[in-house]
Design a protein around this ligand. Sequence first.
Ligand code: 1VU
Ligand code: MG
Length: 355
Amino acid sequence: MTRPAKDFFAPLAVGAPAPLREIPARPSRAIHFFDPGNEKMAAKVPDMVGTVDVLLGNLEDAVKAENKEKSRQGLVDIGKSTDFGPTQFWTRINSLDSPWVLDDLTTLVPEIGDKLDVIMVPKVQGAEDIHYVDRLLAQLEARAGLTKPLQVHAILETARGVANIEEICAASPRMQGLSLGPADLAADRRMKTTRVGGGHPGYLVRQDPARDDLGVPQYDAQRTTYQQDLWHYTIARMVDACAMHGIYPYYGPFGDIKDTVACEDQFRNAFLLGCVGAWSLHPVQITIANKVFSPSVEDVAHARRVIAAMGDGTGAVMIDGKMEDDASVKQCRVMVALADALAAIDPELKEQYDR
Ligand code: 1VU
Ligand code: MG
C-alpha cells in the first residue's frame, strides 16, 4: 500500500532532509558510465566534467566481483577530489540481493552524499525495493547531516519490474526516473537474443507476396523485409509511466560500441518517443547522445514560430501549409523548453538556437 498523501512528503527519519516536491528537469542527455576502480577510466573523469550531462560511477555489473571494494573506494576518491560544476554525479549501486549493496550505501552516503545527485538502483522488482532504499537513505542522510535528499533512479530489467512499473514510479518522492535495461530484461523474459540493446535482424515484418496475372501469390519472389524495434513496447510503457509521475525516462545501454550509426538510430527512436537521454558506455557514445537528445536547430526555429503565431495558445493558424492549434503549440513548447534548458548549459547550442 502507498503512503497516505499527508505522509508522502514527510522525511522517513528524524533529521533527514525534506523530500523534493518536484524532480528538477536537469539536462541528462548522456549518463556516462565509468568504472571508478579502473585507473585509465578514472583518470579521464575530471576532464569529462562539462562535456557530458551526467557522470556515473558504476559499481554493479561490468565490475568484477574481486574489484567491488576497489571501485567503491575509487568512487569515494573521485567524489571527494572532483568539482563537478554543471555536470551531475550519479552512481549505480549493486543489486539489493547482492553482498555489496549495504556497504555501497553505508559508505557512499556519509563519504560523498553531499556530492552525489542520483543513486541508480538495478533490477528493481516492485515498490518494496524502492521503500527499502528510501528508508535506508533517510537514516543515512540524517546521520551524515545532509541537507539535500538523494534521488533514486530505477533500472527496468525484469519482467516483474515492467509489470509493476507504475507502483515503482509512485513509490517515493525520491524517484527521479527509469532506464531500460535491455540485456537483463531480455534474459529475464527469456527473449532469444544475445545483444546489449538495439535491434535484431530476425525481428521483422515481410512485404506481402506479389501476385501473378491470375491473382496467385508468388511466395518465392523477392520481398522486402522491415526490421522492427524489439524495445518499442517497453520504452513506450516506461515513457507513459514516467510522464504520469513527473519523472524522467531513459533508454539504457547500446553494446555495439563500433556501430555508431545504429546506436544513433536507437537513441533517436527513444528521443522521439519521449526519453530524455540514454546511457553512454564509451566516450564515443557521449557525442551521439548529446547530438540526438538536443532538438535540431530547425525544429526549435519552427517551434518558436508556431508559439509566436499562436499568441495566447488557442485557435488555429496555417504555417507553411500546415494547421497548427492548441495541441501542436503544446508540442512546440516542450521542444522550446528543452532547447532553453540546454542553451543554459551549452553556449555552442545557445548560439545555434539563437541564430
Ligand atoms: O586511451 P586509454 O587507453 O588511456 O583509455 C581507453 C579507455 O580506458 C577509455 N575508456 C573510457 N574512459 C572513460 N569512460 C569509459 N566508459 C571508457 N571506456 C573506455 O578510452 C580509451 C579508449 O578505449 P577503447 O576504445 O580502447 O575501449 P576499451 O576496450 O578500453 O573499453 C571498452 C569497454 C566497453 C570495455 C569500456 O568502454 C567499458 O568498460 N565501458 C563501460 C561498460 C559498462 O559500464 N558497462 C555496464 C553498463 S551496461 C549494463 O549494465 C548492461 C549490459
Ligand atoms: Mg543490468
